[in-house]
Design a binder for this molecule. Structure first.
Ligand code: AMP
Length: 215
């Protein structure tokens, strides 16, 4: 499948993308993960992105499009892709449309994960992420805690709170979402690609998406 996952930070895009990957082998492409890995590695991209990310602002569109131009042409994308956290602005959505036309691909759908704000806030403040860049398993101290010593069940690395999950950064990220990313819902509606899913359970969401794509 070739889909864009839309939704506020904390809506569950990453978790749903991971479960869809297991379903049909489509590759998950998370611009957030690519950027966090670049920051950890201290690369030029990471140095440019770090400040924006820590404050909860968006990284400039041209940097994001440079990454995605390269990533979308890699051979694993032929199996299908799940875009998680991209596009985040109208210019990115327009650039993606052009890029896909250029490489002869079409989106199947844009899935909007519609989650109430109180649920989002609760999820973001209780989320922990495995600090191993090759793992990045997502935990929640209430519903899916890491091991009692705070480490990851999969790889044993510490599960930590992300720098952009402080209360102040979360507020900034949600405001940025409402201003810059929420307009994409209308963009994809006009493109005839929008599917809205209101469930809160990731397995239910996965099943609803698979069912909706078969129609
Ligand atoms: P995420 O893990 O998707 O919430 O992304 C974490 C942070 O990376 C965001 O708050 C932004 O600073 C940056 N980021 C990720 N994807 C994008 C994007 N498509 N456009 C601009 N900034 C992005």
């Amino acid at each position: 499948m070739r889909i864009v996952l839309l939704g506020a930070p904390g809506a569950g895009k990453g978790t749903v993308a991971k479960s869809l990957t297991e379903f049909d082998g489509s590759v998950q492409i998370s611009t957030g993960d690519i950027l966090r890995n670049a920051v950890k590695a201290g690369s030029e991209l990471g140095k440019k992105a770090k400040g924006y990310m820590e404050s909860g602002a968006l990284v400039p569109d041209d940097l994001i499009m440079d990454i995605m131009e390269v990533r979308m042409k890699e051979p694993d994308c032929q199996k299908g892709f799940l875009l998680d956290g991209f596009p985040r602005t109208i210019p990115q959505a327009e650039a993606l449309k052009k890029l896909l036309e250029k490489i002869g691909m079409k989106l199947d759908a844009a899935i909007n994960l519609d989650v109430p704000t109180d649920v989002i806030l609760d999820r973001l403040t209780t989320r922990r992420t495995c600090s191993n860049p090759d793992c990045q398993e997502i935990y929640n101290i209430k519903s899916k805690p890491p091991k009692p010593d705070g480490t990851c069940f999969k790889c044993g690395s510490p599960a930590v709170q992300r720098a952009d999950e402080t209360e102040e950064a979360i507020k900034h990220r949600l405001a940025t979402y409402n201003e810059k990313t929420a307009p994409l819902i209308d963009f994809y509606k006009k493109e005839g690609l929008l599917i809205t899913i209101a469930s809160l359970d990731s397995m239910q969401i996965r099943d609803d998406i698979i069912k909706a794509l078969k129609k």
